[in-house]
Design a protein around this ligand. Structure first.
Ligand code: PLP
Ligand code: COI
Length: 346
């Protein structure tokens, strides 16, 4: 095995020891197989390749300060995968199958689990694809669940390093009554055009608004949005955003820390009153946002308005408190009062 520098891992593909595969065929799930080659053979007529009959998950395993291995809230990811699969009318694994595959994947790739103390973790990517050959547009009756993993550090920049974002009013990632609340691959394809233009202009993320009226904040291209006003944690309520497990956890943590939580429609202009703004999600954890530009047309130079938050270089104190508690639970640095961690025996 190659020597890995656990610092500055970023969020990138790295081959690990194994991937797992479980196939659903003729109405039943087969045996879980362990494969050392991450290249897969699939019919070129598989529905996932043509009609994006695909959904996925993202969760992390951590090496704790106490040496124990924890997976964060895998049952939540299992349920969300079931909800995404239902939106595509394809079979989904049971919670038991999902969690047992997560455990086995971590065990088989334990050498790739970053040691404690590097702000790094093993990212687990369950992927459910429609696999039977087909030509017409219809839901797959055979699916394959792959479980992949990769050691990761910060998603963008460094840990807790503020990023920036742009509101692209002329590009939506999801429709009002569309698939935004599911973790289906098509949503990410739909976000790529705006994301690429944003990257070309020096922004790290796109902040999407509600697609019906473009009045309210929805979410970032790969994370949820939160704002802090005084002692209040504010996060959008919308049917076109992904129900983030990190955000759900932060809401619990914020309440636990005595903050008020508001989950409601958030008008764009309200950002003027936020002292801190952050992205939250499995990959980004909490990433503070230093400013967000509002643009009528993303492709143009003109900025309608810039919303600036706590600092260009540092994470705000409230976001930092939330970050410390959630990562403290994940790395076993503090007691887990909510029972969120699933332990993996080595
Ligand atoms: N929103 C989008 C569009 C995402 O891709 C993600 C990442 O999973 C999130 C939000 C955050 O969700 P979670 O905290 O469950 O990872
Ligand atoms: C995650 O945070 O787990 C995600 O899936 C976001 C992104 C990498 C697609």
């Amino acid at each position: 095995m190659e020597t890995i520098n656990w610092d500055n891992l970023g969020f990138a593909y790295r081959k690990t020891a194994t991937i797992l595969r479980c196939t659903y065929k003729d109405g039943a799930w087969g045996e879980v197989e362990s494969l050392t080659d991450d290249n897969i053979a699939i019919s070129s007529f598989a529905g996932c390749l043509h009609y994006s009959i695909e959904c996925f998950e993202g969760l992390k395993a951590f090496r704790g300060k106490d040496g124990k291995v924890r997976i964060f809230r895998p049952e939540e990811n299992a349920r969300r995968l079931q909800s995404s699969a239902a939106s595509l009318f394809i079979p989904a694994p049971s919670e038991e199958l999902f969690i047992s595959m997560c455990r086995r994947l971590v065990k088989e790739n334990i050498d790739y689990l970053p040691p404690y103390g590097h702000n790094a973790s093993l990212y687990i990517r369950p992927t459910l694809i429609g696999s039977n050959p087909q030509l017409g547009v219809k839901s797959s009756n055979e699916v394959v669940l792959y479980m992949l993993c990769s050691p990761v550090g910060a998603y963008v920049g460094g840990t807790l390093q503020p990023c920036n974002a742009v509101i692209a009013r002329n590009h939506d990632r999801a429709a009002t009554y569309g698939t935004g609340r599911f973790k289906v691959g098509g949503n990410y394809a739909a976000s790529l055009y705006a994301l690429n233009i944003a990257h070309q202009q020096g922004y790290s993320a796109v902040l999407h608004l509600d697609p019906a009226e473009h009045r309210f904040i929805d979410e970032f291209n790969s994370s949820n949005f939160f704002g802090i006003k005084g002692n209040t944690y504010i996060t959008p309520k919308s049917d076109s955003i992904l129900p983030s497990i990190t955000n759900k956890s932060l809401i619990t943590v914020a309440e636990h820390l005595g903050m008020t939580v508001e989950r409601r429609q958030v008008p764009v202009e309200e950002m003027d009153t936020f002292e801190e703004v952050g992205e939250c999600g499995t990959a980004v954890v909490i990433t503070p946002v230093s400013y967000i530009d509002d643009k009528t047309r993303l492709e143009d130079k003109d900025i309608t308005k810039r919303y600036s938050f706590y600092s260009d270089t540092e994470c705000g104190p409230k976001s930092l408190r939330l970050y410390r508690m959630i990562t403290g639970i994940q790395y076993g640095e503090i007691e887990d009062p909510f029972g969120w961690c699933t332990f993996v025996e080595e």
